[in-house]
Write a protein that binds this ligand. Structure first.
Ligand code: ADP
Ligand code: MG
Length: 255
């Protein structure tokens, strides 16, 4: 079943007289239970596309469909119920959380706001999820600055998962982490995908990382999807010059 689809999605930014075609007529479709990668160099429009799908920002033109429902022009009230089912995790875990409040407080608040479980069992519910991502529940009593990037990113995953989403966008979530921690987070996401029946759009500039997690990929360049398909095929038989360049940059790092 199709989980998410965009139809000729478009978002331009205007800076003075300059037009930035951040997302320029994008059609993508993601099936339920899939992990798809969105790959492209910095500035290609990946984050903008992710935010458009979740309606964190509004498109100029085009449509967004979630579970077959056109959510492009849903008003805020109707959007709120759907929002919970679509979560996004961002690159920098140190800006995901407010430095002033304890991690637990911030996670509990989101669960209470959306009334995911009864208020009396919120803490038990989150402690259980902490164990699922291999974090000690004592971390809930800490402030963001007391944790490592990897621990914070796991907390961000807990906060997203705690809302029981169906669709998760991970925007460069391993890019600021050490390689060994990257691998752990990627493996964790695969486990969570099965356990919580998630559909995931994994955004990365690194096609090598994309291969470790996704079976299908969209290659984005200058606001457009220039190539898409099974990621191993794209990796070994890229048809677009830009994709070859992306692969070349991964290979040269390894040598
Ligand atoms: P990526 O995530 O692939 O690095 P982005 O979606 O962040 O790309 O950005 C795509 C293009 O749109 C870039 O040129 C960026 O500078 C521009 N852009 C993104 N957000 C804004 C904004 N709010 N205002 C103006 N330009 C923006
Ligand atoms: Mg980005």
């Amino acid at each position: 079943m199709e989980k998410v689809r965009t139809n000729k999605l478009k978002k331009y930014f205007y800076i003075g007289k300059k037009i930035i075609k951040a997302v320029d007529g994008v059609d993508i479709s993601i099936n339920e239970g899939e992990i798809c990668a969105l790959v492209g160099e910095s500035g290609s429009g990946k984050s903008t596309l992710g935010k458009l799908i979740l309606r964190i920002i509004e498109p100029d033109e085009g449509g967004i469909f979630f579970n077959g429902i056109n959510i492009t022009s849903l008003d805020r009230g109707n959007l709120r119920a759907i929002r919970r089912k679509m979560q996004m995790i961002f690159q920098d875990p140190f800006t995901t959380f407010n430095p002033v409040y304890k991690i637990g407080t911030q996670i509990f608040e989101a669960v209470k706001f959306h009334k995911v479980v009864d208020d009396g069992v919120v803490e038990d519910y989150i402690v259980q999820l902490m164990r699922t991502v291999a974090l000690h529940p004592d971390i809930l009593k800490k402030y963001p600055s007391q944790l490592s990037g990897g621990q914070l990113q796991r907390c961000a995953i807990v906060r997203a998962i705690s809302l029981q989403p169906e669709f998760l966008i991970c925007d460069e979530i391993v890019s600021s982490l050490d390689v060994s921690v990257q691998v752990q987070i990627i493996e964790l996401l695969k486990v969570l995908k099965d356990e919580f029946k998630l559909t995931i759009l994994f955004i990365t500039h690194d096609i090598g990382v994309a291969r470790k997690i996704a079976n299908r990929a969209f290659v984005m360049y200058s606001g457009k999807i220039v190539e898409q398909g099974v990621i191993e095929k794209i990796f070994y038989e890229p048809s677009h010059e830009y994709t070859k360049k992306l692969i070349g940059s991964v290979l040269s790092i390894k040598i």
